[in-house]
Design a protein around this ligand. Structure first.
Ligand code: ADP
Ligand code: MG
Length: 550
């Protein structure tokens, strides 16, 4: 080269390289953990998030908080992505994922300052992760599949309750946990022991403001909010069971664009339209349909004719609703009215008004048993309450589903993490070279979960950790933090149970994110992008509670 600098970057581009870049990223990533730390565990506090429009969310849910934060720093964004992935996969464990990521990053900092190369730290972390997962698996009692198994039901109830502890569902968690488990067992498919699959798309959640949370209930069937195509429509519901038809096309005669010169021509055309419409309606009546759901439109004339024939019709039903209707009632979706015959489904039909809006109930008749679609009607006094209850129920559904599918659970309250800490401390001594420092750092990071649980419960974190260590050294591998009494005890007795996959994914997600961040030694940001200063908290919407309340 000629010794002349080659400019490849635009003027105004920001660039951070080497150790300063790394430290900046570490601090930005950890700042995200600081934003949610106080919400961890049953004694965690809620946060009030206010967006630019003044809309408020009150939540304890890590990922909900993080989604609302307006974060600029790319490393911080990576941590938020990790939380979102955790939420998508397991529906819970987001705060833990973020806290673990933050701790792993912070533990790497002194090592970097000691000139241990980031790739060595990453290697050490990978070794530690492998070991940690083994330990986690080793202290995961398995639950057998099968709906008849009472033991499974009890374990799933504990999983549901653990997931709902400390949230706005707390007061009603016993009833809600029963409800969630019933729903999951109802939609779980496959022969017991094999391929038990839980698809949360089989659960409809309808939010209804106006009653106490305790009035939240499960419907063995599908409830959808929908207006009839014509207000006067009534069906003969004498024996309760009705035939359901599902039409993906329209129930109307196609519009013509013809040039009409004479009155006779117009009359002929109208006659033809009437005939065509009659044929469509015949298709519906011949199929013996009492209630018809149409994805596209029902013309007013067609609606009138349905009404005359004692048929209830609904128009503009969404594709998702059509799918659910089909799975719930066994009806096949058909594109043409004349093909409806033989494709109908059967169920009980009823209507109810909630908050002035018509809700249609399609439920199982006595002899039909459990419907493959279940609906939860979420109740609460205000929109805020209903929303937060819905989030909490959603999380519980996911966690119970995950636990049921995998058939493995871990005991919570920080117990599994303390097992991991002790095992890794031992393991670090077996490893040669600098990687052992990273394994030690990893072990220390794992302590953050029990420590934060204790801290958020207002307990002395040092005493708690010391007691916990002692218990685990003595072989009590299920001992965790009782956040109510402040003592260290067997979490099985307190029924603090989480899906194994949830904890596993949290660990894997945290290490992956941390590794990605540690491998970056050069941050190049285009003009106008603010990389921020180390330690600067993320700029987000106003956050509560005010400092000091956590
Ligand atoms: P996340 O978003 O990570 O799920 P949570 O606020 O739900 O965060 O807290 C989960 C942590 O709280 C887990 O470590 C779990 O074991 C612990 N935990 C839940 N219930 C209890 C309890 N009753 N006693 C002690 N720890 C609990
Ligand atoms: Mg949780």
């Amino acid at each position: 080269m000629m010794g002349q600098p080659i400019l490849v970057l635009k003027q105004g581009t920001q660039r951070e390289q080497g150790e300063p870049a790394l430290i900046l990223n570490i601090d930005a990533g950890s700042a995200i953990a600081d934003a949610v730390r106080t919400t961890l565990g049953p004694k965690g506090m809620d946060k009030m998030l206010v967006d630019g429009m003044g809309d408020t969310i009150i939540t304890n849910d890590g990922v909900t908080i993080l989604k609302e934060l307006d974060v600029e720093h790319p490393a911080a964004k990576m941590v938020i992505e990790a939380a979102k992935t955790q939420d998508d996969e397991c529906g819970d464990g987001t705060t833990s994922t973020v806290i673990l990521t933050g701790e792993l990053l912070q533990e790497a900092k002194p090592l970097i300052k000691e000139n241990i190369h980031p790739t060595v730290i990453v290697e050490g972390y990978q070794l530690a992760l492998k070991k940690a997962l083994e330990v986690l698996r080793g202290c995961a009692p398995s639950i057998a599949h099968g709906m008849q198994n009472e033991g499974v039901r009890d374990t799933l109830l504990s999983v549901a309750m653990t997931s709902m502890t400390g949230k706005s569902t707390e007061e009603n968690k016993h009833d809600l946990a029963e409800l969630v488990v019933d729903v999951i067992l109802a939609i779980a498919k496959g022969p017991s022991g094999q391929e038990d699959m839980v698809d949360l798309e089989d659960v409809a959640v309808v939010k209804l403001k106006g009653k106490a949370v305790g009035a939240t209930n499960r419907i063995n069937g599908l409830v959808i909010k929908k207006d009839k195509a014509s207000k006067g429509m009534r069906a003969d519901l004498s024996d309760g069971l009705v035939n359901i038809g599902l039409l993906s096309g329209s129930l109307r005669v196609k519009d013509h664009s013809v040039n009409i010169q004479q009155v006779e021509e117009l009359e002929k055309l109208m006659d033809r339209d009437d005939q065509e419409l009659l044929k469509l309606i015949d298709g519906v009546t011949e199929a013996g349909i009492n209630v018809l759901f149409v994805q596209k439109d029902i013309s007013d004339e067609a609606a009138g004719m349905l009404e005359e024939n004692g048929i209830i019709g609904f128009r503009r039903v969404t594709e998702e609703e059509m799918d659910m209707l089909s799975r719930a009632t066994g009806a096949t979706i058909t594109s043409k009215a004349k093909d409806l015959k033989g494709k109908t489904g059967r169920c009980l039909y009823s209507e109810k008004k909630h908050e002035g809006a018509l809700h249609v109930y399609l439920t199982a008749g006595d002899e039909q048993g459990t419907f493959p679609i279940q609906t939860i009607l979420v109740r609460g006094a205000t929109d805020h309450v209903v929303d937060e209850i819905e989030r909490s129920i959603h999380d519980a559904l996911s966690t119970v589903g995950v636990a049921y599918e995998e058939g493995l659970v871990n005991i919570g309250g920080g117990s599994s993490f303390m097992e991991i800490v002790l095992a890794l401390e031992k393991y670090a001594n077996e490893i040669e070279g600098r990687r052992s420092f990273a394994v030690k750092g990893f072990a220390k990071a794992m302590e953050a979960i029990p420590r934060t649980l204790a801290e958020n419960a207002g307990l002395d974190k040092i005493d708690t950790i010391l007691n916990l260590r002692k218990a685990h050294t003595e072989g009590h591998k299920y001992h965790g933090v009782n956040v109510v009494t402040g003592t260290v005890e067997d979490m099985r007795a307190l029924e603090v149970v989480e899906p194994h996959k949830l904890v596993e994914m949290a660990l894997v997600g945290a290490v992956e994110t941390c590794t990605m961040i540690l491998r970056i030694d050069d941050v190049i940001a285009s003009k106008g992008m603010d990389l921020g200063q180390p330690g600067q908290p993320p700029q987000g919407p106003q956050q509560g509670p005010p400092p000091g309340m956590g």
